[in-house]
Design a protein around this ligand. Structure first.
Ligand code: UDX
Length: 438
């Protein structure tokens, strides 16, 4: 099929490239010429395992191309995916849909033949209706079919999530389009993905409700982890014990710092705002948003406790600063929040990050990036394992030993068993949801 993707951000680029890999002819459109040139050479502006190989493979096969010609590319395509950004608006809660509507207006003025217009971007309930209104304004009714096809891609796992999703959700009542999408996703459905066809509004809500539910699961286990620290129970035992109940499920039950990233914080807030707008307050979602804010404070306070409230001039080393492993994304990463708090209190920060130094951190005077993990942790007062990168799972503790100072580690991802060898290395080891004796 002939497809185009408007927007080569995370979602547009991954989805476009994966559709080309399934044998479709795909044009990925963006305004940024420099970025397109980079992509045409197979250079990927984001860190996503396997993506650059897939781009090169499909460029070479002639199935994938990049363009800044929006209208020309749409004219050549049967299906147009809108995958532009929907960041949090100026009010701090709603989704900013200006980029989506700008695209819809351009299509409405210039396209004269039938196209299926698909929202891939995460958009609030009813956005498809608004796009339809814009598109039908200058044209005869029915020229465009507007559908919702939300994505559920995790950063760092996006290619796998695209090729082996649990489900594909198509929001439209148009039977002909349902059939076309069933064909488009056939290779994925054949591998076991469920095909869910529902109304457009339901598809829009499914995306928000999924992210809000996952954020709820994480916040729930984080709150139980707080209790574990008080009642001398290991949270890992609880996660396993409840996760084995198939009604609950074991995934997204890893306790840790406040959840972050480009989706959960933004989407929970946007969903709560939709609830408020429709006079149907979402009290659970609101609690999750508030709890996640409190989570940041709880972790910060734990660190003060570990350092006996003496922060000034202390050297704190962060292992990993991204919001999770296998991404270079810092959006809403709890490390950024913690580092700025500690710097204000006069601490010095070292950080080691597998995806390299970060501009936003390096602008602080007392923050220093190391490209060598063992140099970063040398003679520091506290090591915080912030992100669950594989390379932090097998640290060489004999190389971390400080001659004069005791090594203190606060592991926010429970990468080690607190009962075993850590203590043998004369290391004070603190973790999440395990008896906290600082
Ligand atoms: C998420 C959704 O999973 C994906 O379906 C959606 O489309 C985009 O948003 P992503 O933000 O890439 O994906 O990361 P995810 O793996 O979901 O993690 C989000 C946050 O939750 C991270 O901060 C992560 O550290 C945290 N998390 C996740 C936990 O703290 N515990 C867990 O068990 C799982």
């Amino acid at each position: 099929m002939k497809i185009c993707f408007i927007g080569t951000g995370y979602v547009g680029l991954v989805s476009g490239v994966c559709f080309s890999d399934l044998g479709n002819s795909v044009i990925c459109i963006d305004k940024d010429r420099e970025k397109l040139t980079q992509l045409e050479n197979g250079d990927i502006p984001i860190f996503e395992p396997g993506l650059s190989e897939l781009v090169r493979k499909n460029l070479d096969a002639g199935r994938l191309s990049f363009s800044d010609d929006l209208i020309g590319s749409i004219k050549k395509s049967d299906i147009v995916f809108i995958a532009v950004g929907t960041p949090t608006a100026k009010d701090g809660v709603s989704a900013d849909l200006s980029q989506v509507f700008t695209v819809a207006k351009l299509i409405s003025k210039r396209i004269k033949s039938h196209k299926i217009i698909v929202t891939k971007s995460t958009v609030p309930i009813g956005t498809g209706d608004k796009i339809e209104k814009i598109l039908n304004k200058n044209k005869k009714k029915g020229l465009f079919t507007i559908i919702s096809n939300p994505e559920f891609l995790r950063e760092g796992e996006a290619i796998k999530d695209f090729k082996y999703p649990d489900r594909v959700v198509i929001g439209t009542n148009d039977k002909r389009v349902i059939k076309i999408f069933n064909e488009l996703y056939r290779p994925i459905i054949n591998k076991g993905a469920a095909f869910v066809s529902c109304s457009r509004r339901a598809a829009e809500l499914i995306k928000y409700a999924s992210n809000a539910f996952l954020a709820t699961k994480i916040s729930f286990i984080n709150e139980i982890a707080n209790l574990c620290e008080k009642v001398h129970v290991n949270i890992d035992d609880v996660s396993v014990g409840i996760g084995l109940d198939k009604r609950i499920g074991s995934r997204f039950l890893r306790a840790g710092p406040a959840y972050g990233g480009s989706c959960f914080p933004k989407d929970t807030k946007a969903l709560a705002k939709v609830g408020k707008n429709y006079n149907s307050p979402l009290s659970i979602v609101n609690s999750v948003i508030n709890f996640n804010e409190k989570r940041k404070k709880d972790i910060e306070n734990n660190i003060y406790k570990i350092l006996h409230n003496k922060i000034k001039n202390k050297i704190i080393c962060f292992l990993g600063v991204t919001f999770k492993a296998n991404t270079d994304d810092l959006r809403d990463s709890s490390a950024i929040n913690l580092i700025s708090k500690f710097v204000k209190k006069g601490a010095k920060i070292n950080y080691y990050e597998p995806t390299g130094s970060k501009e936003i951190l390096d602008k602080h005077k007392n923050v220093k990036y190391f490209d060598d993990l063992y140099l970063a942790v040398k003679k520091v007062d506290l090591i915080i394992i912030h992100t669950e990168w594989d390379e932090f799972k097998n640290l060489n503790f004999s190389k971390i030993k400080n001659n004069d100072k005791k090594v203190i580690i606060y592991d926010l991802r429970n990468l080690y068993d607190n009962r075993s060898f850590i203590n043998k290395n004369n290391i004070s080891y603190y973790s999440i949801g395990r008896p906290f004796n600082a």
